[in-house]
Ligand binder design. Structure first.
Ligand SMILES: C[S@@+](CC[C@H](N)C(=O)[O-])C[C@H]1O[C@@H](n2cnc3c(N)ncnc32)[C@H](O)[C@@H]1O
Length: 465
């Protein structure tokens, strides 16, 4: 009896600075290689499964440790030679050391493992990849810091807030990188300081740049901790002289002590309040705070596939929950009788309404609300859509939303996910609500060189409801 309550103190089988030799057996969701000593995991940057490495242990915690590769004894055939070191070590592109085919296989395997973990038996199709998997991101949100008295832009070293200056972000559209560089140079020239987290002094926190892939319209947002952006007119004038594609310069204030990058207050200091881009033959207005898929090249494939899997009919009533600026809603509106979108961000719903109007779409209706609450409301009011699309943020769905979909009992419930961990978690509840999974989960590589993966899963109506 006493035995059951006894706490066994396990001791890590390695100590700091110890050198070990081991085979890399896996990659973590942060893109680190995993080696094990007596089943005790050690996480190592830039180590690929199958490689035999010499590792120096750098930090030991209770149930895992970190290490650094001191020698690569045997390299994997999946290793990219001369890969972008900074992209790997900062974590901007932690899979840049892995050949692209192997990245796609890793993402498929990652989803398979997550479903296995929650005991859901499902097929996962091979990941649909990109032809040119670099320079694809249409948006940058770059932290700004003073280093040796100079304003620098870059990315944080892994697990820290220490900035590594970077000019080429490897996965970002080079025109977006250029906009960040030029903004940085102008801020330097005008002697404007970066905000310091420790002292809570200084001005600039982040620079955001977004460029329409098809429209080539460029927006620059300067995010400050202070209410004023010094010399804002001069900054805008200099930016417009140097960036011919520039359409909009916005000052955004974020004086909250949080990891959220943008605040809610925006002032347009030059040009338009938003930019446009085209997707699936429709025109979209995109405001500074609105979500817009970061990989425009794969987004069309994602939406087309989601619509195809939904098997939409002209008589269908459809709900698009977490609709953003209405990209999914409006790209399928022509195929159905009526479609409802819901999003919690006011600017996104304003954009969605403008987008419906600009594209002469009259059968789409958007609601500004919390998606689970609005879905519960619609279910109570007796709305019975034929198809429900959900495309939630990384935290996934709530039980309230799943219960509402259960009450609506659509023929198809199409789940677009950017986080397979929450997808697998939610799948358990969706299956418990009586739905089945139709076909295979389809991963798509919206985020090449990173460990992130998008996927589409179609749940179908319960037979006996
Ligand atoms: C992954 S994005 C998808 C947007 C859109 N479907 C697209 O593809 O562009 C998730 C969206 O969920 C919205 N969102 C986050 N939390 C929400 C909530 N509680 N209720 C409604 N919308 C929410 C965000 O504003 C964002 O637009």
């Amino acid at each position: 009896m006493a035995k059951a309550n006894r706490v066994y103190k396990t001791k890590a089988p390695v100590v700091k600075n110890q050198e070990i030799e081991a085979t890399v057996i896996d990659i973590t969701y942060q893109g680190m290689g995993v080696v094990k000593v007596d089943n005790f995991p050690i996480f190592v940057v830039d180590a690929i499964p199958g490689e035999i490495v010499r590792v120096s242990v750098t930090k030991v915690l209770k149930s895992y440790a970190f290490g650094r590769v001191t020698r690569r004894i045997q390299e994997s055939e999946n290793r990219v030679q001369n890969a972008n070191k900074i992209a790997i070590t900062t974590g901007i592109a932690p899979l840049a050391n892995l050949k692209y085919e192997a990245q796609l296989a890793f993402k498929q395997h990652q989803i398979e493992e997550l479903f296995k973990k929650v005991n859901v038996d499902v097929d996962v199709a091979p990941t649909i990849g990109m032809e040119n998997p670099t320079g694809y991101r249409n948006k940058a949100q770059v932290p700004v810091q003073m280093i040796n008295g100079k304003l620098e832009t870059g990315f944080y070293r892994r697990g820290s807030h220490r900035l590594v200056p970077i000019e080429d972000f490897y996965i970002q559209d080079p025109k977006v990188d250029e906009a960040v560089r030029i903004t940085r140079d102008i801020l330097r020239e005008l002697g404007i300081s970066a905000y310091e987290e420790e002292t809570k002094k200084g001005v600039i926190r982040h620079i955001m740049a977004r460029r329409g892939y098809y429209s080539h319209e460029l927006m620059v947002v300067i995010i400050t901790n202070t209410k004023k952006l010094p010399n804002s007119d001069l900054i805008a004038e200099k930016l417009s002289a140097k960036l011919p594609e520039l359409k909009s310069v916005i000052h955004n204030i974020n004086n909250h002590d949080t990891n959220v990058i943008m605040g809610q207050w925006n002032e347009t200091i030059w040009g338009e309040d938003d930019i446009h881009d085209q997707l699936m033959g429709k025109d979209f207005v995109i405001g500074p705070n609105s979500f817009y898929q970061v990989n425009p090249q794969t987004t069309s494939t994602l939406y087309a596939l989601a619509a195809e899997k939904a098997n939409l009919k002209p008589t269908d009533v459809v709900v698009d929950a977490y609709s953003g600026i209405g990209t999914i809603t409006l790209s399928v509106a022509d195929k159905v009788k009526k479609i409802y979108g819901v999003d919690v961000v006011e600017g996104a719903i304003e954009d969605a309404e403008k987008n419906a109007k600009n594209n002469q779409i009259t059968n789409a209706e958007f609601v500004l609300a919390d998606a689970p609450e609005q879905m519960a409301k619609w279910a109570d009011e007796g709305l019975k859509p034929n198809v429900v699309f959900v495309d939630p943020p990384r935290k996934g769905l709530t039980q309230e939303l799943i219960d509402a979909v259960k009450a609506m009992n659509p023929e198809k419930f199409v789940y677009i996910s950017c986080n397979p961990a929450t997808l697998a978690r939610d799948a358990v509840q969706i299956l418990a609500a009586g739905f089945g999974i139709e076909g295979a989960v389809q991963p798509l590589d919206q985020f090449p060189q990173t460990t992130h993966v998008e996927s589409i899963t179609v749940f179908k109506k319960a037979e006996n409801q």
